[in-house]
Design a protein around this ligand. Structure first.
Ligand SMILES: Cc1ncc(COP(=O)(O)O)c(C=O)c1O
Length: 497
């Protein structure tokens, strides 16, 4: 192969000179797929998306494929020759779609119900076309500056103080990891960046209800699971501040360095709100970094009625809010607000010669605020979403979700076979049938197998609980009512034990 190619004559360059290295391939550009073919397929895709969103109710929410089924329907080996976009699109519809659980379905009530809204979808398309890597300001000034503007608009919409600067990461897990890396930099005597964790006994604190990403960050940062202290919660699942204080004081006496507390506004399981103000008092007294995980609950602060959920957050060192959860932005989009951005930068900035640039302090190079160099232009979709809905539009939609959850609570309260297991400050309701864990598990499985709706479950103080989270823009009160009726229908008729 190599010999034959070496003897070929390139019509543009003539026969190669004796001193030229042997040619292996033709240098003729082969190029991208033809733009006309792209246009046809893209028009079809946009129409398909419109139809998909309009008729999504007709699809089962939870995919019905068996493990390995999608894989088995696809060739084991890659195509030797390129295929037409049309044909690939056909297979997307016939082979891939059956294996999709429809997160954009109005009866998707599991985990946290979310929406990839149409302005967000449009921005994702444009983002892919631009294919920008926003690692440095100069690698696309607009990628940095639109992100800065969108994060600041969101900050204002949430009523957060001006001192917070935002940066977009893929997920809250990354945002929390980076915030805690910055928190370590606030322990100067440890010189962590240079010396690593050797000989340093750091401890961080969060509640027993905190998201697993907090513990994971502790593992990744080398703090170690044992040093992620899970503080007990009160009757409303909020961090017990007296217990937090005791833990920090006794750990300090034992030679540990307490370096961070992670409070949560809207815990994953029951959406509890930790007392951030009281926790901020402890952090100020103990000189410990305060990070607030408001990945889900933060969005509610757009409403005047719910501003209180972020009370005390202005005293935090960092806060994460996920527009991809309850702010209608397609996955992935997590905003990390940091009041001490210098420390975030200190944790991550490293500039080899090939990445130096001469704009100086007039610009932010976003590669400096996290572990990855390359970064997508995620600010574009947040900017599209905030513009398309406006702050008032976001308020109206979030208020409607909270109201639907309120209605659902009243129906649950009116049914003696069921009970509420936690307060609901947001749009998530956690409850159980009084018949016990096996009954609740069977309700959960039957609802989801029906394809009519998707709910999730959790553990509430050792009990199997059902969980409905409303967060889709197409969800109506009728969807919530129908799902509640379905739950009642599949529940055993027998009297509660
Ligand atoms: C409170 C909270 N924090 C963090 C996360 C992690 O979010 P992500 O998937 O963006 O990492 C979740 C996920 O549901 C969450 O509920």
């Amino acid at each position: 192969m190599r010999e034959r190619a070496a003897q070929e004559v390139n019509p543009k360059m003539g026969r190669m000179g004796a001193e030229d290295p042997p040619r292996i391939f033709s240098a003729e550009p082969v190029g991208d797929i033809d733009t006309d073919e792209f246009r046809a397929a893209a028009h079809r895709a946009v129409d398909w998306i419109g139809d998909y969103l309009e008729t999504i109710r007709e699809r089962p929410v939870l995919s019905r494929v068996k493990p390995g089924e999608v894989r088995a329907s696809l060739p084991v080996v890659p195509p030797a020759q390129g295929e037409r976009l049309e044909a690939i699109f056909d297979d997307f519809e016939q082979l891939v779609l059956p294996g999709i659980t429809h997160w954009n379905h109005p009866r998707f009530f599991a985990y946290f119900g979310i929406t990839g809204s149409t302005p967000g979808i449009l921005a994702e398309l444009l983002c892919a076309a631009l294919n920008v890597n926003g690692m440095l300001w100069r690698t696309s000034p607009a990628a940095t500056e639109v992100e800065e503007v969108a994060c600041d608009w969101l900050r204002q919409a949430l009523g957060l103080a001006e001192g917070f600067s935002g940066v977009i990461n893929d997920t809250a897990s990354s945002s929390t990891l980076y915030a805690l890396a910055a928190a370590r930099e606030a322990v100067p005597e440890a010189e962590l960046r240079r010396r690593g964790m050797s000989g340093v006994r750091l401890r961080m604190y969060t509640s027993e209800e905190a998201h697993s990403s907090v513990e994971k960050a502790g593992i990744v940062l080398g703090v170690g699971q044992e040093n992620v202290v899970k503080v007990k919660t009160d009757a409303e699942f909020r961090m017990d501040v007296a217990e937090l204080t005791r833990a920090i004081v006794s750990d300090r006496e034992a030679g540990f360095i307490p370096f961070a507390v992670v409070a949560t506004v809207g815990t994953t399981s029951v959406t509890a709100v930790d007392p951030v103000n009281a926790i901020a008092d402890v952090c100020a007294r103990e000189n410990v970094w305060l990070h607030v995980d408001a990945a889900y609950g933060g969005a509610a602060a757009v409403l005047d009625s719910h501003r209180w959920v972020l009370a005390g957050c202005d005293r935090a060192d960092s806060i994460v809010v996920n527009p991809h959860k309850w702010l209608f932005t397609p996955i992935d989009c997590s905003v990390l607000y940091c009041a001490r951005e210098d420390l975030l930068k200190q944790a991550f900035s490293i500039t080899p010669a090939y990445l130096t640039s001469n704009e100086g302090p007039a610009v932010r190079n976003l590669m400096d605020y996290g572990s990855s160099l390359g970064r997508r232009f995620r600010g574009l979709k947040l900017w599209f979403v905030l513009r398309a809905f406006g702050v008032e539009g976001a308020r109206a939609r979030i208020a409607a979700h909270i109201e639907m959850a309120h209605q659902l609570r009243s129906w649950i309260e009116a049914d003696p076979s069921f009970e509420l297991l936690a307060p609901s400050h947001f749009s998530t309701v956690v409850f159980a049938h009084r018949g016990g864990d096996a009954v609740n598990e069977s309700i959960h499985d039957s609802v989801n197998a029906s394809g009519e709706a998707l709910i999730s479950h959790t553990d509430v103080r050792g009990r199997y609980a059902l969980r409905i989270a409303i967060g889709n823009l197409r969800t109506t009160l009728e969807d919530v009512r129908a799902t509640w009726q379905l739950i009642q229908n599949v529940a055993p008729a027998s009297s509660p034990t």
